[in-house]
Design a protein around this ligand. Sequence first.
Ligand SMILES: NC(=O)c1ccc[n+]([C@@H]2O[C@H](COP(=O)([O-])OP(=O)(O)OC[C@H]3O[C@@H](n4cnc5c(N)ncnc54)[C@H](O)[C@@H]3O)[C@@H](O)[C@H]2O)c1
Ligand SMILES: O=C(O)C(=O)C[C@@H](O)[C@H](O)[C@H](O)COP(=O)(O)O
Ligand SMILES: [Zn+2]
Length: 362
Amino acid sequence: MITEIGVAAEQPYQVLVGHGLLDRVPPLLTGATRVAVLHPPALIGAAERLGKVITDAGCEVTRIDVGTGESSKTVEIAAMCWSVLGNAGFTRSDVIIGLGGGATTDLAGFVAATWLRGVGLITVPTTVLGMVDAAVGGKTGINTAEGKNLVGAFWEPRGVVCDLDLLAGLPRAEVISGLAEVIKCGFIADPVILERIEVDPAAARELGSPVLREVIERSIEVKAKVVSADLRESTSVGDKVGRELVNYGHTLGHAIERREHYRWRHGEAISIGMVFVAELSCRAGYLDAKTAARHRAVLGAVGLPTSYAADAYDDLLATMAVDKKTRGGTLRFVILESLAKARILAGPDPELLREAYRAIAS
Ligand SMILES: NC(=O)c1ccc[n+]([C@@H]2O[C@H](COP(=O)([O-])OP(=O)(O)OC[C@H]3O[C@@H](n4cnc5c(N)ncnc54)[C@H](O)[C@@H]3O)[C@@H](O)[C@H]2O)c1
Ligand SMILES: O=C(O)C(=O)C[C@@H](O)[C@H](O)[C@H](O)COP(=O)(O)O
Ligand SMILES: [Zn+2]
């Protein structure tokens, strides 16, 4: 069974979810002569299989090994890709495919957005996190020394192909990391996700389980709806929240990733960021204590971290100042008023922030 979820932003496209979907890639290559497949070394086998499907469809394939994880989201790796594309004669009708986790699809999207000022992009996510979040929605980017995703562009894919067979071999810790973004979707928009995970957290971590497939699809629905309404993250006004909704937990989360030199998994950092912002929502008088506690419980139940070093606060606060939601000197957080009801909290009292941090400090 193939599930199709539509994204209706500037260039409508489909997210496909199912098994054995690599042959759904060639129909998305209309007009292309050359195709570059960017992938991490761990996915060489899948990249070769995809390459053959594309060659059989009549295109010339260039595989580019972009390295592993966050180390690929750098200007040096992007420049290496530009150089390969230039030498291979990539033109405006050619296509770039990101095959891998979120780090790979973020980089591939950025290379597609910048090469010749924009060429076709297809994302083929191979992690839970990539399927539910990174590969969908056209946010592309790389990191700089100053922080996470500080350089990038909005560049929509022609299609997103989530072949569940590609998850085979994904380490357990990566599945758990992806569940952080899944649980995020539960709190911000679809509480059924939380219920499914709370009933059987072990099943949610199990590759191939119906529960995991259901929460993956529900999360994609959430992301698709949010980005369809606000592709360019430009509709938040006052306390009203647009695409920034899916940034829930990321203000502190990204600061933790930077402090850990990007050696932590994204979902692990975002898990702590969500517990922090739930505590902030509560202390600011918006969220009830029970829903804040539910964050710690459900994230902990799947094996995600929920606390962080007590002495790190000042350092994290300095990094949060360059978060993309910050305006001038005013920090802005996506907070919850209740389940599936979010708002922006701008310029919270510094003491409130510190108190919320104390509640997660270990
Ligand atoms: N653009 C967005 O909207 C968006 C959304 C969420 C996250 N992100 C970004 O995504 C990144 C995190 O993505 P991620 O968690 O997928 O991490 P990742 O891309 O670093 O992949 C995690 C690890 O798993 C390996 N891997 C990937 N697929 C595999 C498979 N099928 N089998 C075995 N190993 C495999 C990778 O090589 C890597 O070592 C972060 O950079 C984050 O900022 C972007
Ligand atoms: O798609 C979005 O918008 C998100 O914020 C999704 C996040 O899960 C994702 O980690 C994103 O890369 C963060 O974006 P940033 O703008 O805070 O760098
Ligand atoms: Zn994220």
